[in-house]
Design a protein around this ligand. Structure first.
Ligand SMILES: [Fe+2]
Length: 156
């Protein structure tokens, strides 16, 4: 069974963001799968690195969108993103030095963080965006790279 199933609680109503979140869920499940199948340790790390790379790009896009549409909680939202990336960065180093492994606790931490962040903070943005936002022109191309072309699958 997947670690996290895509569900209605994760819908922000911002289609571009929702589509990217669906990919995030997919990548998180891929890390879970790699670990569960006990493939070589590298497979888990590779899947985790894809998740991290995708998350970085996704956060940057979300923040750019929030900034451009003048979202009042933009700065605060950005701090949440940075805090997670900092935590993940530190953790990733511990995986490299062998001090830690991709454990059930780590996967659970990511699952809970994503579920809460999307379900609370991103949805709050979605509510605001529904009446104040509009899709910027650059999003079309960005979305193509983030969802349609699935660039992370070619980086293996
Ligand atoms: Fe976010």
């Amino acid at each position: 069974m997947a670690l996290l199933e895509w569900n209605a609680d994760l819908h922000t109503g911002v289609q571009d963001i929702d589509d990217q979140h669906a990919v995030l869920v997919e990548l998180l499940n891929a890390v879970h799968e790699a670990v569960r199948e006990r493939r070589d340790a590298l497979a888990g790390l590779r899947a985790l690195d894809e998740l991290i790379a995708y998350t970085r790009s996704h956060f940057a896009i979300e923040e750019r969108l929030m900034g451009e549409v003048g979202y009042p909680e933009h700065a605060e939202h950005r701090i949440y993103h940075e805090a997670l990336l900092d935590q993940i960065g530190a953790l990733r180093q511990r995986l490299d030095t062998g001090e830690a492994t991709i454990s059930a606790e780590l996967l659970d931490f990511l699952r809970v963080w994503l579920t809460r962040h999307i379900g609370e903070s991103d949805r709050r943005f979605g509510d605001w965006y529904a009446t104040h936002g509009s899709r910027p022109a650059w999003m079309h191309e960005v979305q193509h790279a983030m969802v349609a072309r699935r660039w992370w699958q070619f980086s293996k």
